[in-house]
Design a protein around this ligand. Structure first.
Ligand SMILES: C[S@@+](CC[C@H](N)C(=O)[O-])C[C@H]1O[C@@H](n2cnc3c(N)ncnc32)[C@H](O)[C@@H]1O
Length: 281
């Protein structure tokens, strides 16, 4: 599938272009969503720190948004490039760049059409991006074209078995809509309610099971080398809010025990290191 045919990715790109100005707020402690965003970033950093090499030549942030991962990559690689399809995100990322990070370059580009030669990067992150495409396999192949054999990318995607999705009815029901139908179903729903269809309001992101990620990687000739989950907020009882204390107790326990069953299965995000095999391994 090409960019032109991916209606969900186009709607997502518009959504992110429109929301770029407030996106960084999610990484500020006082924002309602910051907890899960900061926890997810720690989990990604943890996986990056466990790659076989601790210093890399070139790192890529795919769908870098306002740049919350650029500082981490700049400590791991001599050269860092952040790309995003939304020009407003790249503007925000430039604005947010810490002074002195002179090894970071930013560019507007789509993962469908990365302006780099094959095998250019050693390492990468792709956080909260893969869920916005109808055909994630094409995206994986396009992303790994520019990663060298033996190189790895840490991906995050929403976990279909995440605690907020398992317990969050009626939002959970949107899981029953196949991702590529979301735009059509959303437009029908809007029209039924007498509204003008607005795709950027629909739940554009898909969620994945770990088995799906493994299957995708197998088809793309890639291997999953590490998988964890993160984030235990959003506990509900068939959609109804539970006492806040219960929610935070579950969350604290999850974060303390994230490598034990069942916590390692029900975190809201899957964090997965994916490697491009090298001929010598
Ligand atoms: C949920 S945001 C995540 C941003 C950032 N990685 C973070 O963790 O805060 C998803 C990002 O993916 C970008 N994106 C969506 N489609 C893309 C595409 N085809 N190529 C590159 N970036 C894309 C969006 O513009 C947006 O900035």
């Amino acid at each position: 599938m090409t960019e032109a045919k991916d209606d969900r990715n186009q709607a997502a790109a518009k959504h992110f272009q429109d929301t770029a100005a407030s996106w960084s707020d999610r990484y500020i402690d006082t924002h309602g969503l910051s907890h899960s965003f900061l926890i997810r970033r720690q989990a990604v950093e943890w996986q990056l720190a466990r790659l076989p090499s601790s210093m890399h030549e070139r790192a890529l942030d795919l769908g870098c948004g306002t740049g919350p991962y650029l500082g981490i990559l700049a400590r791991l690689a001599r050269e860092v490039v952040g790309i995003d399809v939304a020009p407003a995100m790249i503007e925000e990322a430039k604005h947010n760049l810490q002074p002195g990070l002179d090894n970071v370059t930013l560019a507007v580009a789509s993962v469908f059409d990365l302006p780099f030669p094959e095998s250019h990067f050693d390492v990468g992150v792709c956080v909260g991006v893969l869920e916005y495409f109808n055909d994630p396999l094409t995206v994986m192949r396009a992303a790994f074209r520019v990663i060298r054999p033996g190189g790895s990318v840490v991906f995050t995607v929403p976990n279909a078995f995440g605690i907020s999705r398992l317990t969050g009815l009626p939002r959970t029901l949107t899981l029953l809509v196949p991702p590529r139908w979301k735009i059509t179903v959303g437009a029908i729903w809007d029209r039924m309610r007498g509204r003008e269809p607005n795709p950027s309001r629909y739940y554009l992101g898909a969620s994945f099971t770990l088995s799906q990620v493994h299957r995708l990687c197998a088809k793309a000739g890639l291997e999953v080398t590490r998988a964890t989950t993160s984030g235990y907020d959003g506990l509900r009882f068939v959609g109804l809010p539970l006492p806040a204390r219960l929610g935070s107790a579950v969350e604290r326990l999850g974060e303390a025990r994230r490598f034990n069953f069942p916590w390692k299965v029900i975190g809201n995000n899957l964090i997965v290191t994916i490697r491009k095999p090298s001929p010598n391994t």
